[in-house]
Write a protein that binds this ligand. Structure first.
Ligand code: CMC
Length: 431
């Protein structure tokens, strides 16, 4: 006798409906409700998608209770320790770690695409100098579809591949250009003999009047920031990219939508918001006032850099990032910086406070990344663009995975309507 497939039974209105149970390779089972509306005239209600799997994916796995993050099965701690961002990009995009020859080939393909079309320089000049670099990036990345017509056909795997390589290669160049533009300094062209992270640091900090010396500790720290942010399964910006892509929109438009979503302070914008909050607190003696505000529901204030939708134990990325922060601060001899003192004391107090402990609110990756980036000399406005560069490979890998699905459906959630029922129009003179 064949094994019976497990089902969940839903009883409603005198009817019993059987819903199949799907089993992932790791993680909790999933109730398949795709037939629910057709069979029972019911929708499910799950704002914020706290209990809804919106797709199948084999890229990234998170166990929020254990504090585990796996890229294609490999633990983030091992990758952060032994790998580098470009190798991680290959892993996320193609599913396996590359052989030396595959890695060399990938490296060459990326570096051949690091320059942007020269015409794009003029496009940058249309923005105000004081634009937030994320605003510039949303515009410029969206505009890539106007510059690279030869990689827009989403049904052609070669077009998809070229568009993907272009975005991974050019995002650091675009972010560095946005930074240079805001400073009123000349754009710095990429150097292909440097690492991905090293090249980005040089494009941000080199000036024509001096030789640029790359510091290997800062290069490694930047590479780690990139690896740790490379993918995070179906987070808000990735889901945005998938939703935009499900309509058949071109890949550059989809990634621009991801960048726009990432900018929000509850998501990628938290690293900027966190550093600004630390500066606003200013001195250690004001921490209790901010802790009290964070606990007060009416204040609308949250401790930025604390809490996570999925991690309810600790954020494994934050652990690695904390180590990196210590290394960078030691190297740069930063011990008495007031922002850092506030950060350390805030972390200590919050980790002991009942409110934060009982709600499982721990420092997340953005708490430490902001500290490193500030020590490196980046203004807070560049924190989220660096997150966007790092996450580009995740967005692209998820987009490619989705487009390759046989029965791709446009994403189209339903709603629980709470507005007026049907009513008749009343002429303006009678209202
Ligand atoms: N400070 C104070 N209270 C908080 C915080 C915080 N940072 N985060 C959550 N809470 C409270 C919240 O008020 C709620 O309390 P109650 O149960 O009494 O109503 C409880 O904890 C659960 O919060 P939630 O809003 O239901 O949790 P969520 O899963 O919807 O939100 C979050 C997750 C990350 C948006 C939220 O923790 C937050 O706003 N954190 C600050 C912003 C931040 O650091 N974001 C970066 C996330 S990591 C990088 C990334 O992946 O983008």
């Amino acid at each position: 006798m064949a094994d019976k497939k497990p089902v969940a039974t839903l009883s409603y209105n005198g009817k019993s409906i059987e819903l199949p149970i799907l089993s992932p390779t790791v993680g909790p089972d999933v109730v398949d409700i795709r037939q629910l509306y057709a069979d029972a005239d019911l929708f499910t209600f799950d704002p914020g998608f706290t209990s809804t799997a919106a797709c199948e994916s084999s890229i990234t796995y998170i166990d929020g209770d254990k504090g585990e993050l796996l890229y294609r099965g490999y633990p983030i701690e091992q990758l952060a320790d032994k790998s580098n961002h470009l190798e991680v990009c290959y892993l996320l995009m193609y599913g396996e770690l590359p052989t030396p020859a595959q890695l060399a080939d990938f490296h060459q393909r990326i570096t051949r695409h690091t320059m942007v079309n020269e015409q794009m320089h003029f496009f940058f000049r249309g923005f105000r100098r004081d634009s937030h670099p994320m605003a510039t990036m949303v515009g410029v990345v969206g505009a890539m579809s106007a510059f690279y017509h030869d990689s827009l056909d989403i049904n052609d795997p070669w077009h998809r591949e070229v568009a993907s390589i272009r975005m991974i290669a050019k995002l650091p160049t675009i972010a560095a250009m946005a930074f240079k533009y805001s400073l009123g300094q000349p754009f710095v062209y990429p150097r292909n003999e440097l690492s991905y992270a090293g090249n980005f640091l040089r494009m941000c900090f080199a000036v024509p009047t001096e030789d640029f010396v790359l510091n290997p500790v800062l290069e490694k720290a930047m590479d780690r920031i990139m690896m740790l942010h490379a993918d995070h399964e179906q987070n808000a910006s990735t889901s945005t990219v998938r939703l935009a892509g499900s309509s058949g929109a071109n890949p550059f438009a989809c990634i621009a939508s991801g960048i726009a979503c990432l900018w929000g302070p509850a998501h990628g914008g938290a690293n900027q918001a966190c550093l600004e909050m630390l500066r606003e607190i200013g001195t250690v003696d004001r921490i209790p006032e901010y802790i009290a505000k964070a606990k007060d529901k009416n204040s609308g204030f949250r401790l930025m850099g604390f809490g996570h939708r999925v991690y309810k134990n600790f954020d494994p990325r934050a652990k690695v990032m904390k180590e990196s922060a210590d290394e960078v601060l030691e190297l740069l001899g930063i011990h008495n910086n007031p922002t850092l003192q506030v950060a350390k004391e805030l972390e200590r107090i919050a980790l002991q406070d009942d409110y934060f402990v009982s709600k499982k609110l721990y420092p997340n990756v953005d708490f430490y990344s902001g500290i490193i980036l500030e020590a490196m000399g980046f203004p807070t406005s560049m924190f989220t663009p660096i997150f966007a560069i790092s996450r580009t490979v995740g967005w692209i890998s998820q987009w490619k995975e989705m487009i390759a699905e046989k029965n791709l459906k446009i994403g189209r959630p339903r709603q629980l309507y709470i507005g007026e029922p049907r009513r008749d129009y009343v002429d303006v003179t009678r209202r």
